[in-house]
Write a new protein. Structure first.
Lengths: 318, 289
């Protein structure tokens, strides 16, 4: 993911005898990493491999008798073909794209603006604002959806109350196409604070001499923010962008929770909902596995592309 | 706000340079607080008031709502809250211990397979944990664990990002010289870790604890998939079931609302308390390696 420390590795062959002899017990590092490795294998690698294995299996009629027994056999890419050609599944990715196009830039943009404002000498009420904007991070997505859901519902919505008083009628938060903005808003509300703190802590790490130099050159605060601060916090922006992207592909809890309140959200609104339906409503585990693998591959591919595209900007021209 | 003449070297008005940034960030703060304020106000309303009175007008049903909440399903809300605390509390403590050990081991030792372990963990950061929930469920049900407390607790202990952060922090905060000096004094590796490594890594460990605690507390899909016994639900899944039943049974809406309001309080308190100790700069600092 990053340019990690490029320590000369003395792994496979020999290493330097000096460091080796100084070591008390050669098994110590293995003891330290063992619990993590065991858990990693048990709950990450094995489920992943199992899911890949399962995605190539399927129930098929095998020879014998008039009724033929249904048996689990290898069927190659069949599940992938049926998952990827499923219009519901594909439409889910389309909805994710719309949702992500609203949620990701706004989350990052607002987080950056708030972080820059916190870093600005002239801003007042900083401690209060920082805490207030960070509070939604502690609110689970399901609870956030519940609260916003009621604030969208015409009968209990304060926003619709105002527009009704003005004679404009209620705001159709829970209908198409407004539903995209409404769900994106829940994610933005929950995500801005955390991203703001990451960017802000990164801003605090910039030596203030850089600003002094820019001021001597006649730059105003706006120019300093745009020309000095933003380029220097690009690594933090890339990281928050990466998290936002991964978060977008994993959207599940918000639309699922909002479903009882609206008819605009189908059972297969996002890909994970289709995967859930395949696994638990249709009992088609192999296809659910194929869907999961496909979604994971998409996530990794998008992450790698994002990191590649931004690498030069984020880590200098190396 | 109305300072007479502040301009000494700037041509901008005091309004633009001071009031505007403050106003913008206050709008952000209000945006973030409005739903919390709404849910707290709504939790004071009786069932009939919820849909009839102005949405931000306090109601008269707070005590009744609280009684209803804790009486619902024979006190299910209380067990959901305890379950959330158990999953998040035990899970994040174990996660911090495992991450700190692994991060320290990866940062402070050269050993065969170190790079393999490190890159495997780095790759794990990119794999959405949520897409693993279904295969985890399938494996757990094969082993007969699905539906147990362990089935929700165990998968959340390993946190690739937590291990990565601990490695970054161990590299930065624990000097090699200190470890070498302790070795010369005859301290064993385990003692060096517990007596020197852990105290130096503590701020980083608080950060990982907080991230994991919030992550597990907020998790929905994994417990939703794993659990079938309502008494083992965490708050998120419990409130979801209330809400999904509520469309047919509107009385449950008030219970869901006060349930949401009550569930926010402890976590916000914890966050405000730990805010002073944690080191989120690690997260952005880690990227520079």
């Amino acid at each position: 993911m990053t340019t990690t420390t490029t320590m000369p590795t003395t792994t496979s062959t020999g290493g330097t005898t000096r460091t080796r002899s100084r070591r008390r017990s050669p098994i110590a590092p293995y003891v330290f990493v063992a619990p993590a490795v065991v858990l990693y294998l048990a709950f990450l690698l094995v489920p992943m491999l199992y899911s890949v294995y399962l995605s190539f299996r399927g129930l098929r009629l095998v020879e014998g008798g008039a009724f033929g027994k249904r048996q689990e056999v290898f069927i190659g890419l069949g599940n992938y073909v049926s998952a990827i050609t499923d219009r519901d599944f594909l439409a889910g990715f389309g909805r994710l794209a719309v949702y992500g196009a609203i949620a990701v830039p706004l989350t990052l943009g607002l987080a950056l603006v708030f972080a820059l404002l916190l870093d600005l000498g002239a801003t007042r009420a900083k401690r209060f604002s920082r805490t207030a904007i960070f509070i939604p991070y502690a609110v689970p997505g399901v609870v956030a959806t519940l609260m916003w859901g009621f604030m969208y519902l015409p009968l209990t919505s304060p926003f619709s109350y105002v527009t009704e008083q003005l004679g404009w009628g209620t705001i159709p938060f829970l209908e198409n196409p407004e539903i995209f903005g409404s769900i994106a808003n829940i994610a933005i509300w929950g995500g801005v604070g955390f991203n703001m703190i990451i960017i802000y802590t990164s801003l605090r790490g910039i030596p203030s001499e850089l600003y002094d130099a820019a001021r001597i050159d006649g730059a105003n605060e706006w120019q300093i923010a745009w020309r000095v601060k933003v380029p220097l916090v690009t690594p933090a922006l890339v990281l928050t962008g990466l998290f936002a992207l991964i978060g977008t592909l994993q959207v599940y809890g918000e639309p699922t929770t909002l479903r009882p309140m609206t008819s605009a959200i189908s059972q297969t609104w996002v890909p994970l909902m289709t995967i859930y339906r395949d696994a638990f409503v249709r009992d088609d585990l192999p296809r659910a596995a194929a869907g999961s693998v496909f979604l994971a591959v998409c996530t990794v591919a998008l992450s790698v592309i994002l990191l590649r595209l931004t690498q030069k900007r984020a880590f200098g021209e190396s | 706000m109305s300072q007479p003449t502040l301009a000494h070297d700037t041509v901008r008005t005091p309004f633009l340079s001071k009031a505007l940034p403050t106003a913008v960030i206050l709008v952000g703060a209000i945006y973030c607080l409005v739903p919390v304020a709404w849910v707290i106000v709504a939790s004071t309303k009786s069932r009939s008031e919820l849909f009839t009175t102005f949405t931000f007008a306090p109601g008269s049903g707070l005590v009744d709502n609280l009684k209803d909440l804790f009486a619902y399903g024979g006190g299910q809300y209380g067990s959901w809250a305890l379950n959330s605390l158990l999953y998040a509390g035990v899970g994040s403590v174990l996660s911090v211990i495992v991450s700190a050990m692994a991060g320290y081991g990866l940062a402070k030792y050269q050993f065969r397979g170190r790079n393999l372990v490190f890159y495997a963990i780095l790759a794990g950061v990119l794999i959405p944990g949520i897409t693993l929930a279904i295969p985890q469920y399938l494996l757990m049900s094969k082993l007969g664990f699905a539906g147990s407390y362990a089935s929700v607790l165990l998968p959340m202990i390993v946190s690739p990002f937590g291990i990565y952060l601990c490695r970054v922090f161990a590299t930065a905060a624990v000097p090699v010289e200190t470890i070498e000096a302790a070795r010369l004094d005859g301290a064993g590796e385990a003692r060096i870790f517990t007596n020197i490594g852990i105290p130096m890594m503590l701020p980083g460990m608080v950060t990982v604890f907080m991230l994991q605690f919030v992550g597990i507390w907020n998790n929905f899909l994994l417990p939703f998939i794993m659990l079938s016994d309502q008494n083992k639900y965490p708050i998120t899944v419990g409130l979801y079931t209330l809400l999904s039943k509520g469309s047919g049974e509107p009385a449950l809406y008030s219970i869901a609302i006060i349930g949401a309001a009550v569930s926010i309080i402890p976590l916000v308190a914890l966050l405000l308390f730990l805010q002073r100790f944690w080191r989120l700069d690690l997260i952005s600092g880690g990227l520079k390696g």
